[in-house]
Design a protein around this ligand. Sequence first.
Ligand code: TMP
Length: 236
Amino acid sequence: MEKRGLLYEGKAKQLFETTEPDVLWVTYKNQATAGNGAKKETIAGKGQLNNQITSLIFEKLKDKGIPSHFIKQLSDTDQAIKKVSMFDLEVVVRNVAAGSFSKRLGVEEGSDLPFPVLEFYLKNDDLNDPLITDEHVLVLGLASADEIRDLKEKTRQINDALINLFRKINIRLVDFKLEFGKTSAGAIVLADEISPDTCRLWDLNTNNRLDKDVFRKDLGDIIPLYQEVLDRLTQL
Ligand code: TMP
């Protein structure tokens, strides 16, 4: 398989066509952004850490019977993935109050939630990815009622698997964002990435942040933290 032309460039990744019609080539970039691109920096080493972490997590989920678009890691910064048609949705899961949930609803950061809270966001940078309801998803034609049910069921299953995975390496999975796509055969599969860019990960003993909040809030260098997450995952 060979890399062909650039198909899409996002904030954190580039997507290329390949010589295989159903396979795309992803390159993880060193760019870090926050606040919908308002804060932007190049951070050497971030791309390869997120690629390795995502590859490892997608492999672990596959072992648990949870399919994704991931095919294989090609290099430090690159992956082969299945071509899927993406839902214009972000699915956020919250196990612990933090971030926009705490801010919007006035709930103290760090409070355990009685059950995992699922939220849909519209993927639209011009609108700042607004929070939307199930009825908005239907009315905007983003997913059907059956697909919403499927997305929620898969998300809960992924949350259970990830909570267990991170607990084994002494990390509290506070919240995270997922994206899904549909294969040419019509199956809904997990897509995009799962990394410290897209999750809040707190050390179970110290509550130290091991994720992108450190960049968002200018609290220090994220590279040693992402490396720590990768090192712990590699021990599993
Ligand atoms: P929030 O508290 O800012 O809404 O974020 C919830 C979780 O989703 C957090 O783990 C970060 C992740 N997230 C993304 O990965 N991309 C995004 O665009 C947003 C808004 C959140």
